[in-house]
Each structure stands twice: as C-alpha cells, then as structure tokens.
Design a protein around this ligand. Structure first.
Ligand code: KG4
Ligand code: ZN
Length: 340
C-alpha cells in the first residue's frame, strides 16, 4: 500500500496505490485561483499546496478506505517543476517516511507521464502485462516532448520543444483572442464549430528531420493575424474559425512528428499523456494517423492526462517491486531535472 504525492505545478494530488491498482486519486486544482493572474503564480502555488496537502491526503485515504498506519511506502515528485511547489510534496513525503521508517521514492515527473497511458479502467489499474516498446508524446502546459520508451526501465528523449510548450501555445494564443486562462479547453470547445482550413498558420519545424518542436513562431503569427484582422474576434463564426485553424496547426505538428518518430525507431505503439492530450482534435488525429501507419495507440484516459499522483504512485510502486532502491531522505528537490 503506497501513498503518492504530486505537487510539481498547480495541482495538489494524493493517490493510494495497491499492487498496480489506483484505490484513490484525489486532485485539487488551483487553476481558478491562477486564472485571475493569467498563468501560474509560483508563490501562490506553493501556499496552496501547503494549505491543501493534508486535506487532500485525508480524502485520498478515506476514499481508499485505508488508514495512515496501513501505508507501507511513500512517494513524491522530485522534479522537474516549480521549486517551492515541489518542496511541499517532497518534504511531506520524506517526513512521513522518516517518522514511520517506511521506504520513500522520489519520482521524475516526466517518467511518470510515460506510465499514465497504461493506467486504464474504473477503478484504474496499471496494465503492465500489455506493455510494449513505444514512442510517447508528453504534451502539457509545461512540457512537450517525444520519448522512445524501449522497456519499462529504459527510455530516451528524442526531442522536445525549444521554446513554448504546446499547451502554452494554446494558452497564449487564446489570451490574444481574449479567452480566459487556461485557454486550451476553451479553444478545443470553440474549434468544434470552426473551419480548421479557414486560415493557414505556420507549422513550425514540422518538416525538420529532428524530433524537436517550436511554438513561439506560431504564437507570433497569430498575434500579427489578430492585429491585421481585428474583426476576426467580433463575430462568433470567425472566432470559431480562428480557434480551429490555430488548433489544427498545433495538432498537425504534434501528430506528424510523433508518428514519424515512431515509424523511424521501429516501434509498433504510440502513447500520449499530459493536459493537451485531452484535446479532441489531437485524440482524433492521432487515432487516424496511427491507424493509417499500422501503429497501436494508447491515449491516457482524460482523467489521467493531467498531473495526478496516480501516475507518480504507479511508477514508484513498480520501481520498488522491481527491486529498485528507495530514495535517500536527504535527497533534495530537482526543479530542473531533465529526462535522459
Ligand atoms: O498536464 P497539465 O494539467 O499540466 C500543466 O502543464 O500545468 O496541462 C495543462 C495544459 C494547459 O496549457 C491547458 O490549456 C492544456 O493543458 N489543455 C488543453 C486541453 N485541456 C487542457 N489544451 C488543448 N485542448 C484541451 N482540451
Ligand atoms: Zn505534467
């Protein structure tokens, strides 16, 4: 029975994991508070984690029907993430391990994302029996990367964004359109009624031979477009078309590069996780492209796309049961920890 904590950004989450099963996964999102400022304010995030961690942990224990003294191991995100935010979860987990003498595992947030597409069902269970080598797209407000996952333990980053993350691009272009933060879900909704071919926005680096991404040029193109066509925002159909066109540019780059990388490295499976994986167009386009390329696709379930302690706990438990060493209680947070 393992208790996992995730506090790397703006979600306070605690999960209880038992032999690959997610007994509870409580997520307290701070998004509404940060929305007022148009983005995540690190100092506020830290304070909110501090305030919410114990209530979230109590709720997770209650929902799982277990008591704190039944917990046999504890895990927390060590990095990457916001320093103050990481510190709350990591230190709480280490303090728990110190006082109880139970093992502690410090987890890499991106490595955990690689595992979330394998957690399925209700209640969710990790399907490690079905694991196969894959190319994984991690795409959220803070990260955009393609990873070659050769085995459960062995992975290699093939490429990442050189500037903005894809979610950041949704949020920033949405802000230019006057949409509230985070704009990603709103663009998804509005784009549903728009024409993705209405405007031809750049597809940055789509045809470059590497697996890297760049989204800041797209953001600038949208800024100039709105400057030159101010009427594009004052009519509903035009706003829908703009949303659909921007979304289409982001999605096409993500899908093209992910599927191309999978074909090149020779895997038969593509996975995806991170907040942007909730995007309906991305899910549909990935499905179509993978079917065409003869690749199996595993998308993280929508409730497990975003940052949750479930993925942290599933990975930590797997590491412990595979004979992995626990993490020293002296280990510090690692805000800039890069996935190898
Ligand atoms: O995984 P996540 O919660 O973690 C952070 O990086 O904080 O991802 C949040 C990001 C935001 O940028 C948000 O706009 C984006 O994911 N997002 C979406 C959708 N849902 C969330 N972007 C496009 N379409 C969506 N449906
Ligand atoms: Zn994340």
């Amino acid at each position: 029975m393992l208790l996992a904590i995730e506090t790397s950004c703006d979600e306070t989450s605690v999960a209880i994991i038992d032999r690959g099963r997610v007994l509870s996964n409580v997520v307290s999102s701070q998004i509404r508070m940060h929305a007022e400022y148009g983005g995540v304010v690190p100092e506020l995030a830290t304070r909110e984690h501090l305030k919410n961690l114990l209530p979230v942990a109590r709720k997770a224990l209650h929902e799982a029907g277990v008591t704190a003294d039944q917990i046999e191991a504890v895990a927390a995100t060590r990095g990457p993430g916001l320093p103050g935010a990481l510190m709350i979860g990591l230190r709480a987990a280490q303090a728990f391990a110190f006082t109880t003498g139970k093992p502690f595992v410090g987890v890499h947030h991106h490595e955990a994302h690689l595992f979330s597409p394998w957690i399925c069902g209700d209640p969710p269970v990790a399907e490690f029996g079905n694991f196969e080598p894959n190319v994984s797209l991690i795409v959220s407000g803070g990260h955009t990367m393609i990873v070659h996952v050769e085995t459960e333990q062995k992975h290699r980053v093939l490429g990442a964004t050189v500037d903005d993350a894809a979610g950041e691009c949704f949020d920033k272009t949405g802000k230019l359109m006057g949409l509230p933060y985070p704009a990603g879900p709103e663009i998804d909704r509005l784009a549903g009624q728009g024409n993705p071919k209405a405007h031809e926005f750049p597809r940055p680096m789509m045809n470059d031979p590497n697996d890297d991404f760049s989204f800041s040029g797209l953001k600038t193109a949208v800024r100039y477009f709105i400057r030159d066509h101010p009427d594009s925002l004052n009519n509903q159909q035009r706003l829908w078309d703009l949303c659909a066109s921007v979304q289409s540019a982001i999605v096409q780059v993500l899908v093209t590069k992910t599927v191309r990388a999978a074909k090149r490295v020779g895997v038969k499976c593509v996975t995806a996780s991170g907040g942007v994986t909730c995007n309906r167009a991305l899910r549909a386009e990935l499905e179509g492209a993978c079917r065409k390329a003869g690749l199996r696709l595993r998308l993280a379930e929508k409730s497990l796309c975003t940052d949750t302690a479930a993925m942290i706990g599933i990975l930590a438990e797997r590491k412990l049961t595979n004979g992995g060493a626990s993490t020293s209680l002296d280990e510090e947070i690692a805000p800039g920890w890069a996935l190898a």
